[in-house]
Design a protein around this ligand. Sequence first.
Ligand code: ZN
Length: 300
Amino acid sequence: MCRIACLFLALFASPLIHAQPTDVTPIECGNCARWNTPQQPFRLFGNSYYIGTRGLSSVLIDTGAGLIVLDGALPQSAPLIAENIRELGFELHDVRWVLSSHAHFDHAGGIAALARLSGAQVAASTRGANALRMGTVTADDPQAGYGMGNAYPAIEHVTEIVDGGTLTLGNTRVRAHYTPGHTPGSTTWSWQSCEAERCITLVYADSLNAVAAPGFRFSDTPARIAQFYASIARVARLHCDIMVPVHPEFGELFARLEQGSDTLRFVDPNACQRYATAARMRLQQMIANETVSAPAPNTR
Ligand SMILES: [Zn+2]
């Protein structure tokens, strides 16, 4: 009896299991193909490298005692990021930590696969960790109204880093700066990197974009607006020599990449301030638009 049952299982169970979506099953979206354009990895400064795609950032830090990766972009980006790590001469299994900026599918979608492929642990802000464990946004996310469109591969075990807290590995201490607004768990990360005698601060700047699903209005919750402005001000105040925004198009990364091989070409101490100023203007515009438009039905 078992022989028949076992033969049946051998023939059919395995393909059925493999037919399930995996953590690298592509997510389709209007910008996904453009965002996922492959990009050659390159050194930012010292022990820090850009390993993301052309449209979605991911950064690698070689701490001397293992690697730290910031963000995983889309699920379909994970193999590209893994290949970029190898192309730089590093081993995937040396990745110890993957840190998350915010728990949307275009930045956290590839984290589950990268963690599985490398054996790394995942860390995020407290609110970000809640979302990563669910594999979607929390109910108070401005984009929660998109429902299942927010889903991405969930991560079972996520270490929480408190605001101002640090994660130390080898010669590197990465600090979490909570910058809620785009999502409740949004986190900007910073660390020092040294090259010869020179040490500088790198900032992995989370999105400060006010984006909402239909029916959501930032202006319905003044405390949320105040929190968003405070996050923008916080980023403007950061010590910031090199800024990598989670969407590279919101900075000058690739323009500076074209400027030759000067190791200081990415240094731009005003980048965080400019990034914050642009975000403040977009938030002001969003609130102004909400004010002139009638409240949508079922507004929360
Ligand atoms: Zn987002």
